[in-house]
Design a protein around this ligand. Structure first.
Ligand code: DOR
Ligand code: ZN
Length: 347
């Protein structure tokens, strides 16, 4: 008999769905295994106001396959012009679950992000008061800072000062990639959570650069050296309650990845749960996978965990799916480059 593992249905606390034909193609890949996801607002143009979020949520719901059991948890994109009253009202009505902070220029479609953090102070204070989480892309963007140091510098120069200046502000440090971020989260109180992606648990920077450049492993924050990956695995598999899954599954077409200036993003939605089972199995921590994927996130977001379950099964080597065909072109699915012995049982 194959080994099986049944978990409460997981949620994805950081997901890019895009819009239009891409949304239609990628949404079923998430809705198959996940009950809820925090939806990133970095569309072109971004999801900035309540009205934008309502319209985007409606487009997501309309793109769901029939019978799917999936709830998009919406976010607003923080700009220097964001109106605190709009944010608070969007939260009070249940429309949004978080606000997203992109430092301007940090990543895909972040040009409207924040340059001067003092300008968003009134929004952050209103959010602290309302208990509304701020999701943070934690990288500085100063040209002189090495790309591999941008997360650690952000913690010291931006994140820690913001948290000190805004007591009570609930923050999720997203897609953490360094031992520095792991240490910072572990020593913080319960107002700070962190997400970790599937791919950052499986690849380091050698995967991107050794033996030829691998654009499908390129994302932001960029994967760091092996000791950082090991720290992420240790934290994720420890059961630590303020750390949870956020895949940052971020589809770009093959053409936009395989070119002279390829986009950042790894599309992992289709294979995340088998990959995570592999990581937790190798760490001897299968008993902690449910906390990471299904329990810690809802606890941070003050939502009940899901009542339904999924079952993972160990046996055959997982076949990485063929490129996902979208109306915009094919999207390559994350391949960790090593055998994954787990799959999701589909009865
Ligand atoms: O790799 C990434 N891709 N990192 C981000 O922060 C954004 C994302 C995207 O939207 O493609
Ligand atoms: Zn992202």
């Amino acid at each position: 008999m194959n080994q099986t593992l049944t978990l409460r249905r997981p949620d994805d606390w950081h997901l890019h769905l895009r819009d239009g034909a891409m949304l239609k193609a990628v949404l079923p890949e998430t809705a198959r295994d996940f009950a809820r996801a925090i939806i990133m607002p970095n569309l072109v143009p971004p999801v900035v106001t309540s009205a934008d979020a309502i319209a985007y949520r409606d487009r997501i719901l309309a793109a769901l396959p029939e019978g799917a059991d999936f709830t998009p948890l919406m976010t607003l994109y923080l700009t220097e012009a964001t109106d605190p009253a709009d944010v608070v009202a969007a939260h009070a009505s249940g429309l949004i679950s978080a606000v997203k902070l992109y430092p301007a220029g940090a990543t895909t479609n972040s040009a409207s992000g924040v340059r001067d953090f003092d300008k968003v102070r009134p929004v952050l204070e209103a959010m602290a008061e309302a208990g509304l989480p701020l999701c943070v892309h934690g990288e500085v963007t100063r040209e002189e800072i090495d790309i591999f140091d941008r997360e650690a510098v952000f913690i010291e120069e931006v994140l820690d000062p913001i948290r000190r200046a805004t007591p009570g502000l609930r923050v999720v440090m997203e897609h953490i990639t360094t031992a520095d971020a792991c240490a910072y989260v572990k020593e913080s109180d319960g107002s700070l959570g962190a997400t970790i992606t599937t791919h950052h648990l499986m690849i380091n920077r050698n995967h991107i650069l050794v033996g030829g450049i691998k654009p499908h492993y390129y994302c932001l924050p960029v994967a760091k050296r092996e000791s950082h990956r090991a720290a992420l695995v240790e934290l994720a598999t420890s059961g630590f309650e303020h750390v949870f899954l956020g895949t940052d599954s971020a589809p770009h077409t093959q053409a936009n990845k395989e070119c002279a200036c390829g986009c950042a993003g790894v599309f992992s939605a289709s294979v995340t749960m088998p990959c995570l089972a592999q990581v937790f199995d190798e760490a001897g921590a299968l008993d902690k996978l449910e906390a990471f994927a299904s329990l810690n996130g809802p606890a941070f977001y003050r939502l009940p965990p899901n009542e339904t379950t999924i079952t993972l099964e160990k046996g055959q080597v997982l076949e990485i799916p063929a490129p996902l065909e979208t109306g915009d072109g094919p999207v390559i699915v994350f391949d960790p480059g090593k055998p994954v012995l787990w799959s999701v049982r589909r009865d």
